[in-house]
Write a protein that binds this ligand. Structure first.
Ligand code: FAD
Length: 395
C-alpha cells in the first residue's frame, strides 16, 4: 500500500489505537475518529478491575479460550503473542508482571498510565489526526464516510478504512453496537451482539436479599452441564455476577436461549473436599451448636454460603454443600456485560481481516465475532487482530 494513501480508523479503543500506533511507526498517515469525548473509555474502566492485559499460558492452551475460533486465534496469537503485548507496554514505559494465577497485569494495576503514554505518543506524531465526538453514521462501498460532530455532518473519503468500533456493552463508553446497521448496508454479514462474561438474574427470596447485598463467595466451583469454573461469585439483589460465572456464561446463555427456560447451575462450596470428607466433618456436631455454628466450625463456611444453603433447605446436607442448585432465569442486560460476542463474521473476511465484499475495509477487536472469557483473553484478542490488520495493510 502506498504511504500517501488515506487511512481512516474508526474507533479509539485499544484495537483502533494499536492499529494507529503500528501504522505511524511505519510512517503512514492516520486519521482516527471516535464518537466519544475521550479515547479508550472502556479500556480505562477495565483498569478499575486491575487491567488483566493478557495471560502467560502457552499459546495452544491460550487459543482454546476462543470457543469457536481456536485455530484462527492460535494463528493470530502466534503472530502477536502475549510476550509481544508485554513488550509493547514496556515500549510505552509501563512494566507488567505475571500474577500467581498466570494472568498478566501492569505493575500499577491501572490502565491510566498505559493510555496517557500511548495517546501522548500518538498525538505527538505529525502524521496523526484525531477527531473525537465524531459518530460514524454512514459508510459506502467507495469508502466515503459520514460522521456527525455536534450536530454538524462531516464527510471524509479514505483509501483504507479500519473499523475498530468495539462490542455492544457499556454504551456510556461509546461502544453502542450501532455500526451493525452500517454493515447491513454494505452487505457484510454479522451476527447479533450477545452478552458474554455476563451475570444472570435469580429470583432470590426477600430474606436472602436482606441478608446479602453484593456479598462475595470465594474459591468455589460453579458447574453447568459439563463446564466447570473455579472462582468467585457475587450475590446481588437481582442475581449473580463475578468471574466464576462469567467464565461459563456463554454456555449458560446459549442454553437459556435454546430452551427458552431458566437453567440450573450447581455450586460446590467445598471444592477441595470430596463428598465423604464433607460427610465426615458434618458428623462431628455437638448438641449445643446451632447448625450455622457447626457449619462454620467444621467446614469453615461463612454467612454467605450458609444463607445460600438455607435458601434451598433448612436441613443442610453434605450433598447440598457439594452441589447446591441455583436457578438462573436469564442473562443480565447486555449493556452490563464485560464483553459481547457476535459481530462481523470471519467468513466475510480474508486472513488479513479485510472484507472480501468491500476490499479496503478491515476489522479489528471486539466487533469481530469471537468470544473469550475474562483473564486477559479479550484484550489479547484485540491486540492480535489489530496487529494482523496492520500486517495486511503494510505487506
Ligand atoms: C468492566 C470491564 C472490565 C474489563 N476488564 C477486562 C480485563 O481485565 N481484561 C480484558 O482482556 N478485557 C477486559 N474488558 C474488555 C475490554 O475492555 C474490551 O474487550 C476492549 O476494550 C475492546 O476493545 P476495542 O478497541 O475492540 O473496542 P472498545 O474498547 O469498545 O472501543 C471501541 C471504540 O469505538 C468507538 N465507536 C463505536 N461506535 C462508533 C461510531 N459509530 N463512530 C465512532 N466511534 C465509534 C467507541 O466510542 C469506542 O471508543 C473489560 C470490559 C469491561 C466493560
Amino acid at each position: 500500500m502506498l504511504k500517501n494513501n488515506k487511512i481512516i480508523i474508526v474507533g479509539g479503543g485499544p484495537s483502533g489505537l494499536f492499529c494507529a500506533y503500528l501504522l505511524l511507526k511505519e510512517d503512514y498517515d492516520v486519521d482516527l475518529y471516535d464518537q466519544s469525548s475521550g479515547l479508550a473509555k472502556k479500556f480505562l474502566i477495565a483498569g478499575n478491575g486491575g487491567l488483566n492485559l493478557t495471560h502467560s499460558e502457552k499459546i495452544d492452551e491460550f487459543s482454546k479460550r476462543y470457543t469457536h475460533n481456536e485455530s484462527l486465534f492460535e494463528d493470530l496469537i502466534t503472530d502477536f503473542t502475549p510476550g509481544d503485548l508485554r513488550a509493547f507496554c514496556l515500549e510505552l514505559g509501563v512494566e507488567t508482571f505475571v500474577g500467581t494465577s498466570g494472568r498478566v497485569f501492569p505493575k500499577k494495576l491501572k490502565a491510566g498510565e498505559i493510555l496517557v503514554n500511548w495517546s501522548k505518543e500518538l498525538k505527538a506524531h505529525p502524521n496523526f489526526n484525531l477527531y473525537l465526538k465524531h459518530s460514524l453514521v454512514d459508510i459506502t462501498q467507495s469508502k466515503e464516510l459520514t460522521f456527525i460532530n455536534e450536530e454538524k455532518t462531516i464527510t471524509a473519503k479514505a483509501d483504507i478504512i479500519i473499523m475498530a468500533t468495539g462490542g455492544g456493552s457499556w454504551k456510556k463508553t461509546g461502544s453502542d453496537g450501532k455500526w451493525l446497521e452500517l454493515m447491513d448496508k454494505l452487505k457484510i454479514k454479522t451476527t447479533a451482539l450477545k452478552p458474554m462474561n455476563c451475570g444472570f438474574e435469580v429470583s432470590w427470596s426477600e430474606i436472602l436479599i436482606k441478608k446479602l447485598d453484593r456479598a462475595h463467595l470465594k474459591n468455589i466451583n460453579i458447574s453447568f452441564d459439563n463446564h466447570t469454573s473455579r472462582g468467585e461469585i457475587m450475590i446481588t439483589p437481582s442475581g449473580i455476577e463475578g468471574g466464576g460465572i462469567y467464565a461459563i456464561s456463554n454456555f449458560i446463555r446459549d442454553a437459556i436461549t435454546e430452551s427458552g427456560e431458566s437453567v440450573t447451575i450447581t455450586l460446590d462450596l467445598k471444592p477441595d473436599l470430596n463428598l465423604n470428607q464433607v460427610k465426615e466433618k458434618l458428623k462431628s456436631k455437638k448438641n449445643k451448636d446451632s447448625q450455622a455454628n457447626h457449619l462454620r466450625k467444621s467446614l469453615n463456611l461463612d454467612k454467605v454460603a450458609i444463607t445460600l444453603l438455607n435458601e434451598v433447605s433448612r436441613d443442610i446436607t453434605a450433598e447440598m454443600i457439594k452441589s447446591l442448585p441455583i436457578k438462573l432465569n436469564k442473562t443480565n442486560p447486555v449493556d452490563e456485560a464485560i464483553s459481547t460476542s457476535g459481530g462481523v463474521l470471519f467468513s466475510e473476511l480474508s486472513p488479513n481481516l479485510e472484507s472480501i465484499k468491500v476490499p479496503g475495509i478491515y476489522f479489528a477487536g471486539e466487533m469481530l465475532d469471537f468470544e473469550a472469557p475474562t483473564g486477559g483473553y479479550l484484550l489479547q484478542g484485540c491486540f492480535s487482530t489489530a496487529y494482523r490488520v496492520v500486517s495486511g495493510i503494510i505487506s
